[in-house]
Design a protein around this ligand. Structure first.
Ligand SMILES: NC(=O)c1ccc[n+]([C@@H]2O[C@H](COP(=O)([O-])OP(=O)(O)OC[C@H]3O[C@@H](n4cnc5c(N)ncnc54)[C@H](O)[C@@H]3O)[C@@H](O)[C@H]2O)c1
Ligand SMILES: OC[C@@H](O)C(O)[C@H](O)CO
Length: 301
């Protein structure tokens, strides 16, 4: 019976995913790559958190992204492709990164993550300009506060389009490159504490739904792409002290957030960067389909 179930399962898998077999469930090439890129990882503390290869970061000139970019370079990434709607205002900050990491290739492209054609072009250019696409960190996101009874449907659509569909478009484009390279890869989606509980006091139904959906996107892609040696995880930040939380109506809300948080304060982008580094490094090689909440304990009550 067990054999019959196994062959039924294989037949089903082949029908649904013709290019795969369950026997392939792991990617020896990807495992070999992890070890060859991190030869000292099993024996040294520093090697364990070293990062190898090139990373694409969406929302790449945003507040959290710039801190994450620096951390990824500090831990050894050889190249970065920063994608954002506009990169002009961040020209000096990007140049400062180039000055600090002269051996790294750091590129920027103006791309809307909802534009599949533009995203695919940017991923292709990453492969040609930097040499490979090894990691993707999806940080592009927008927020909007509106009561559900009043919110224009256009706002609902745009928030889900950028935060959820945009992340899928970018993850799929990067994964296609990773699969064709045959070396595996790492993908991180940025959900939020808003994916786990309803924000208070600001009404943000579209944002909450868009981030909640990312948790299932992360799990679904982790399940589908593990066989290619690609891991897909997410981070769920709590309230971070960035411009995203300076919008209309949010200044007053900060007081409430801090009063409800056991740590009594908002977080800093630096306090997220270490988790991203871990997920991209040798230390995170068996972490797949996971979500890490970084919110000072805000979710516990
Ligand atoms: N700041 C927080 O408290 C917090 C908490 C939880 C989750 N997050 C998430 O973290 C991510 C980064 O947030 P942040 O605080 O750095 O905000 P931020 O506004 O500084 O960065 C977001 C970046 O995304 C870019 N972006 C927006 N729409 C885009 C699009 N269509 N295409 C490409 N780029 C686009 C913006 O230009 C911006 O640079 C977001 O996804 C956000 O939802 C933030
Ligand atoms: O956890 C909260 C964040 O996702 C976000 O910064 C907030 O909801 C924006 O108001």
């Amino acid at each position: 019976m067990a054999t019959s179930h196994a062959s039924d399962r294989d037949a089903l898998t082949k029908r649904v995913l013709p290019e795969m077999t369950l026997a392939q469930g792991r990617s020896p090439a990807a495992e070999a790559r992890i070890d060859s890129l991190h030869p000292a990882a099993r024996d040294s503390a520093a090697g364990r958190f070293s990062i190898a290869g090139n990373a694409v970061i969406t929302g790449g000139t945003g507040a959290i992204a710039m801190v994450v970019a620096r951390a990824v370079l500090q831990h050894g990434a050889s190249g970065l492709m920063l994608l954002d709607l506009s990169v002009e205002a961040s020209r000096d900050a990007v140049q400062a990164l180039r000055d600090e990491f002269p051996d790294a290739k750091i590129e920027t492209r103006e791309v809307d993550v909802t534009d599949e054609e533009a995203v695919t072009k940017a991923i292709d250019e990453t492969a040609t300009t930097l040499g490979s696409v090894d990691m993707l960190v999806c940080l592009a996101g927008i927020v909007g506060c509106a009561h559900a009874l009043d919110m224009p449907i256009s706002q609902w659509r745009r928030v889900l389009d950028v935060n959820t569909t945009g992340a899928f478009i970018c993850a799929r484009a990067a994964a296609r490159a990773m699969v064709s390279q045959g070396n595996g890869g790492r993908i991180i989606l940025t959900a939020s504490i808003s994916a786990h509980r309803v924000n208070f006091p600001q009404p943000q139904v579209a944002y909450n739904v868009s981030k909640g959906a990312l948790l299932m996107l992360k799990s679904s892609l982790a399940a589908e792409w593990a066989r290619y040696g690609i891991t897909v995880n997410s981070i769920s930040p709590g309230y971070m002290d960035t411009v995203l939380n300076e919008g209309e109506g949010l200044a007053a809300a900060r007081k409430v957030w801090n009063e409800r948080n056991p740590s009594g304060r908002m977080g800093l982008p630096e306090e997220l960067a270490g988790v991203v580094v871990m997920m991209l490094s040798r230390a995170g090689s068996y972490m797949n389909g996971a979500d890490v909440v970084v919110d000072g304990g805000g979710h516990v009550f």
